[in-house]
Design a protein around this ligand. Structure first.
Ligand SMILES: [Zn+2]
Length: 507
């Protein structure tokens, strides 16, 4: 099936390089410098400093970031610059959550290590008997989603109507939102979801119920080990736990995307080059994603400076509310007419290109190396990046389209996509350290989603190499006369949705 998909693309589309005259990106790459990018990074840091150390959507730090980018682009006169406003539901935690085993054998679990409040969880403070759903699978089944714990209303033993009770469910099969809504419908006052237990599904769950969630109970995620222990205790006798969360969900908060579109070039082969502009609330977000935002801004400014005449229209996009679940880019794609979807030749995505302990990751467009949810045609995009790095004698690695960034909405409607990533909370392997340098055994970005994601949390070498690759790929797709639409666009949509919705798991 995978092989067939790859063959189909190969038959329809000869490699880009063999049909199009080679694009010489030297002038643009020379013009895009680390100094230029760091000017924008300094601006984002100053904006965060002046606005409570964050540039999260819905905050003044985001609005100032957007105004900065807008002003830079408008000054060129080269682009049509538009603000695309939208509303989203903002979630945050107002206090450190609590999870305790009261009896037997009392234990305080550590917030954000042993357990994590799910995004869009409601507020509550519940001390009650722990009740396991009927269909927990321990030891875990051989494959992911062997458990469908909590996915059907009948999975939950009807809760006591007089005493507070906490439900225990296992990850698998359906969205956490469904498990939460079923738990509440069965009468539970709080829900604990533990990871399923297979390799790669054991750590503490960082989940989201998504903004669509209608449940009103506290919901936390925990590790397989803690879930398994609690499950065994429940089978041995009564277990009492406490779950307390303090959260805020603000509905219909205004924020915006920023779009800058070249005035020339074929509109029926539009190239959308995107990066999310928002940070998390916890920090200034200079690597995530000041780096991608600054890199594409500098490419856009230098294209204007060189007065590039693109064959195909180029639209640079800075997305809002990515950190709340890819909301700005989803809003953009949802706003496109059928014709506009067809006219979008490709989406290039840059979400973290300056990680201090970096690897040169390229999205795995042909799904040859990873369980990637690629749309048809994305292999062509991957090749452009990989061939470029090869030409520079730089190694690169495939990384899955797994739903963690803004390409998601594009591939789900069949638009080819690709892009770069230098790594987040993942741990660098000794093999990677041998190839890319840096330190094995620590994260690619040790300050990922933290207050320390500042101007000091960058590899300038990563920024240099990745921004050149960004400039190159942007120009290749801007100038190509070969039909990227020959990639069966519209028929090869990514199947289903990914486990991730942005940085959080949704199932
Ligand atoms: Zn990001």
């Amino acid at each position: 099936m995978l092989l067939l998909a790859v063959l189909a693309v190969a038959l329809v589309v000869p490699p880009l390089s063999s049909t199009a005259p080679p694009t010489d990106s030297t002038a643009l790459r020379d013009a895009v410098t680390v100094e230029g990018i760091m000017e924008h990074q300094e601006a984002f840091q100053a904006i965060a400093d002046a606005n409570g150390d964050t540039r999260a959507s819905g905050t003044p730090g985001y609005d100032a970031s957007l105004a900065y980018v807008q002003e830079q682009l408008e000054a060129t006169g080269y682009y049509d610059v538009t603000v695309q406003p939208f509303l989203y539901d903002a979630f945050r935690e107002l206090a450190t959550p609590v999870f305790q085993r009261i009896s037997p054998d009392p234990r305080d679990y550590v917030a954000n290590e042993d357990f994590i409040t799910m995004d869009y969880s409601d507020t509550g403070d519940v001390t009650g008997t722990l009740v396991a759903t009927n269909d927990i699978v321990i030891p875990p089944g051989a494959t992911a989603s062997s458990s469908s714990s909590g996915c059907e209303p009948g999975d939950y033993v009807p809760a006591s109507t007089t005493e507070p009770q906490v439900a225990l469910a296992q990850r698998g099969t359906c969205d956490f939102r469904v498990k939460a809504e079923n738990a509440e419908a069965a009468g539970y006052d709080a829900l604990i979801v533990f990871n399923e237990g297979q390799p790669g599904r054991q750590e503490t769950l960082a989940g989201t119920l998504t903004a669509d969630d209608t449940s009103t109970i506290p919901v936390i995620g925990t590790s397989f080990a803690i879930g398994e222990e609690l499950y065994n205790l429940v089978n041995a006798g009564p277990v009492t736990v406490r779950v307390a969360t303090t959260t805020e969900i603000r509905r219909d908060v205004p924020t915006a995307n920023l779009l800058a579109t070249t005035k020339t070039g074929r509109v029926d082969r539009q190239v959308v080059v995107g990066a999310h502009l928002d940070s998390v609330q916890e920090g200034p977000g200079i690597n995530d994603n000041g780096s991608g935002s600054s890199a594409i801004l500098e490419v856009a400014l230098q294209m204007a400076e060189l007065d590039a005449q693109p064959e195909n229209q180029v639209r640079f996009a800075w997305w809002g509310a990515e950190e709340s679940g890819l909301i700005g880019s989803q809003f953009y794609v949802d706003s496109l007419t059928k014709r506009e979807v067809k006219n979008t030749a490709v989406n290039l995505n840059f979400d973290m290109v300056g990680s201090p302990n970096y690897v040169r990751f390229v999205y795995d467009g042909d799904a040859s190396d990873t369980a990637s949810l690629a749309s048809a045609g994305s292999g062509v995009v991957e090749d452009v990046f990989v061939d470029y790095f090869d030409s520079q004698d730089l190694a690169s690695e495939p990384t899955a389209f797994d739903g963690r960034s803004d390409y998601d909405a594009f591939i789900s409607v069949g638009i080819p996509a690709g892009g770069l990533f230098t790594g987040a909370e993942g741990i660098k392997t000794p093999e990677e350290a041998a190839i890319y340098g840096g330190t094995a055994g620590i994260a690619y970005d040790p300050c990922y989603h933290q207050a320390c994601d500042t101007i000091d949390n960058l590899s300038l070498q990563a920024l240099d190499e990745m921004s050149d690759a960004t400039a190159h790929a942007t120009l290749v797709f801007a100038m190509t006369q070969s039909a990227i639409e020959g990639t069966d666009k519209g028929k090869g949509k990514a199947k289903g949705h990914a486990d991730f919705l942005g940085s959080k798991l949704r199932k």
